[in-house]
Write a protein that binds this ligand. Structure first.
Ligand SMILES: C[S@@+](CC[C@H](N)C(=O)[O-])C[C@H]1O[C@@H](n2cnc3c(N)ncnc32)[C@H](O)[C@@H]1O
Length: 266
């Protein structure tokens, strides 16, 4: 167990540092901030559409399927809709929302230079929840992630979650995502990524192929990634693909488990 969420007395595995949940004082401050940030609350229609199907898939896999205190680091929290929804669904998991300040202009994410409006939206959705930490900046492509300096050395996460990131960012972001997850996941922790993916070098629908084309026209470093390429990245960082869950609208949830000796679901 690596997270302490709502139960202050929860135990930990030797050698694993816990991710502390917000204190009562922090929650009170966050609740006030959430109230004040309400006018800044952003919503993405896609996040509203996919949050329930994603939650249903997450519920099948540890740490979300368990009942003891766990932790999840979210990469690119966007509007904050997902972290708020999942924190309510999985109350035993402490979530750390993050966002990138670099200004990736995805379809739902207008370019921004400052993270304040982004953090305001995340806080408006999730501030004051017992199991959501304040949002922080995180560049997944960085060789060291900001959270590595915010938590005690040796802190490990039970899950890393990234939704609609790999195709709307340069490949270096996917590389950094797998490297970071490999570094920071607890033994048996898992990386969950959602989005459109190719399987064995093939698009899974003509609409995905057209989407891939549009992405690459918009930014040549973007594009729908292949599950085999991601499985290779995972292997390089001590993870194996545990599951490839088909989702509505030709998307997938891919689950990569830390630790060797598991079957591959490429
Ligand atoms: C389409 S949005 C997805 C946002 C949110 N996860 C959702 O599903 O609504 C793409 C996200 O990728 C993020 N992103 C781009 N480059 C990144 C990087 N280097 N590190 C972390 N996130 C990045 C953007 O900031 C943006 O939030």
């Amino acid at each position: 167990m690596t997270a302490r969420a709502t139960t202050p007395t929860s135990s930990t595995n030797p050698g694993n540092t816990t991710v502390a949940s917000p204190t009562l004082f922090q929650r009170a401050v966050a609740l006030l901030a959430a109230f004040r940030a309400r006018p800044s609350m952003r919503t993405a229609p896609s996040a509203d559409r996919n949050k329930e199907p994603i939650a249903q898939v997450l519920a099948k896999y540890a740490p979300f399927s368990l009942s003891e205190c766990k932790s999840c680091l979210e990469i690119a929290s966007g509007t904050g809709q997902h972290v708020a929804f999942f924190a309510a669904r999985f109350s035993h998991v402490t979530f750390q929302p993050t966002e990138y300040a670099g200004g990736s202009a995805g379809p739902e994410s207008p370019a921004y230079g400052s993270l304040k409006p982004v953090f305001d939206s995340i806080v408006a959705h999730s501030g004051g929840m017992a199991n959501v930490l304040p949002p922080c900046e995180l560049d997944a492509a960085a060789t060291e992630w900001t959270v590595e300096n915010m938590q005690p050395p040796g802190t490990r996460w039970d899950a890393v979650y990234a939704c609609n990131v790999c195709h709307i960012s340069p490949f270096s972001v996917s590389e950094g995502l797998f490297a970071g997850a490999g570094r920071l996941l607890a033994p048996d922790g898992a990386l969950f990524i959602y989005g459109p993916f190719m399987v064995e070098g093939q698009h899974t629908a003509p609409s995905n192929e057209a989407f891939d084309q549009r992405l690459r026209e918009q930014n040549p470093s973007w594009g729908v990634r292949d599950t085999a390429t991601l499985a290779e990245l995972a292997a390089n960082h001590g993870m194996t693909m545990e599951a490839r869950e088909e989702m509505p609208a030709n998307n997938f949830v891919l689950v990569f488990r830390k630790g060797a000796g598991r079957g591959s679901a490429q």
